[in-house]
Design a protein around this ligand. Structure first.
Ligand SMILES: NC(=O)c1ccc[n+]([C@@H]2O[C@H](COP(=O)([O-])OP(=O)(O)OC[C@H]3O[C@@H](n4cnc5c(N)ncnc54)[C@H](OP(=O)(O)O)[C@@H]3O)[C@@H](O)[C@H]2O)c1
Length: 284
C-alpha cells in the first residue's frame, strides 16, 4: 500500500513520520513537503498522482496561522479550499482515499455541549471559513474520504502552544493565558494513531469525524497542566486578549462517532503526560 503525506514539514506530518517506523506493516509512506509538492499547483498534483500508484493521500498541508489568515484571506482560501478541491479531484480520478484534517474552528462556539458531526457550522474567522469550504469541496467531489476535524493540536514538533508554554517555563518567564475559551488539547500522536487505525483496518466507514481525546479544559487549564509537570507557578489566567481573529468560546468536539468505529481514545491529560516525557527526553 502506498500512502502520500502532504505538508510533510508540519507537526502532524512529522508525528506521522516519527511513528511510521513502528507502524510500517507493509505500508510505503511517501512524505512530500511544500517545496516538493505544492498542493496549490493543480498541474503538479495531477502529474504526481498520474505518475505514482497511491492508495491513500493524507493531507497535512494547510494555511494554519489563524491570526495571519485575517489579513491573508486569499492565500488562506487558496491553500485550505481551492487546493483541497484539486486534491479531491485528483483522488477521484485515481480512486485514492483522501484523509483530510479539518478543524473545530468551523463552529461559532455558541454551544455549551460537545459538537457532533451533524451540528450546523458557522465559522467566525477566515481560517475556519477557508477550512469549511475545503471540507465542502471534498464532500461535493469525492465519495472515498475521511474528513477528520481536530482541535488544539500539539506535539514535540513544529510550532505549537505546548512548546511555547514549556519554553517560557524553561526561561522562567510568566505567561498570561486565556481561561475563557474551552476546548480539548489533542496530541498529534493520538490523531496520527487514529489515521493509522483507519488505514490498517482499511475502513470503508467514509465520512466526517470529530477526533478529540476525552475531557475538556481552557487554554489556561492546558498551560497549567503542562506547568505542573515542571513544578512551575508562572502561568496566570486572563479573561481575553485582543486578537485579529475571533475564536470560538467553546469548541469541544463530541468523539462518540470515532469511538463507535472502534478507535482508541485517551484522556487529554494522559496524552500531555506522554508528550512531556518525549519533550524532556529530546532535550536531554
Ligand atoms: N494546529 C492546530 O492546532 C490545528 C487544530 C485543528 C486542525 N488543524 C489542522 O490539522 C492539519 C495539520 O496541522 P498542523 O498543526 O500539522 O499544521 P502545520 O504544522 O502548520 O503544518 C502545515 C504544513 O503545511 C505546509 N503547507 C502550507 N502550504 C502548503 C502548500 N501549498 N503545499 C504543501 N504544503 C503546504 C506548511 O509548510 P510551510 O510551513 O513551509 O508553509 C506546513 O509544513 C491542518 O489541516 C490544520 O488545519 C490544526
Amino acid at each position: 500500500m502506498n500512502v502520500l503525506v502532504t505538508g510533510s514539514n508540519g507537526q502532524l506530518a512529522l508525528t506521522i513520520k516519527a511513528l511510521f517506523d513502528e507502524n510500517k506493516k507493509g505500508i510505503n509512506f511517501i512524505f512530500k513537503s511544500k517545496t516538493e509538492l505544492d498542493i496549490t499547483s493543480s498541474g503538479n498534483i495531477h502529474e504526481f498522482f498520474d505518475n505514482n500508484t497511491l492508495d491513500y493521500c493524507i493531507n497535512c498541508a494547510a494555511f494554519t496561522n489563524v491570526e495571519l489568515a485575517e489579513t491573508k484571506k486569499e492565500e488562506a482560501f487558496t491553500i485550505n479550499s481551492d487546493a483541497v478541491k484539486n486534491l479531491a479531484l485528483a483522488c477521484k480520478k485515481q480512486g485514492i482515499v483522501l484523509i483530510h484534517i479539518s478543524t473545530d474552528y468551523v463552529f461559532d462556539g455558541e454551544s455549551c455541549k460537545p459538537y457532533k458531526e451533524t451540528d450546523p457550522t458557522n465559522p467566525i474567522n477566515v481560517y475556519g471559513s477557508s477550512k469549511l469550504e475545503g471540507e465542502r469541496h471534498i464532500m461535493a467531489n469525492l465519495e472515498q474520504y475521511f474528513i477528520i476535524r481536530a482541535s488544539w493540536l500539539y506535539s514535540v514538533f513544529g510550532h505549537n502552544f505546548f512548546k511555547t508554554v514549556v519554553k517560557k517555563i524553561n526561561n522562567n518567564e510568566t505567561m498570561s493565558v486565556v481561561n475563557s475559551q474551552l476546548g480539548t488539547p489533542t496530541s498529534c500522536e493520538d490523531l496520527a494513531r487514529f489515521i493509522f487505525f483507519l488505514i490498517y483496518s482499511q475502513s470503508r466507514d467514509y465520512g466526517l469525524y470529530h477526533f478529540a481525546p476525552n475531557g475538556e479544559t481552557s487554554w489556561f487549564g492546558f498551560a497549567s497542566y503542562i506547568a505542573s509537570h515542571y513544578k512551575s507557578d508562572l502561568i496566570q489566567p486572563v479573561g481575553s486578549f485582543k486578537t485579529q481573529a475571533r475564536r470560538p468560546q467553546y469548541s469541544v468536539l463530541d468523539n462518540s462517532k470515532v469511538k463507535a468505529i472502534g478507535a482508541n481514545i485517551r484522556n487529554w491529560q494522559i496524552a500531555v503526560d506522554d508528550v512531556v516525557i518525549k519533550y524532556k527526553e529530546g532535550l536531554s
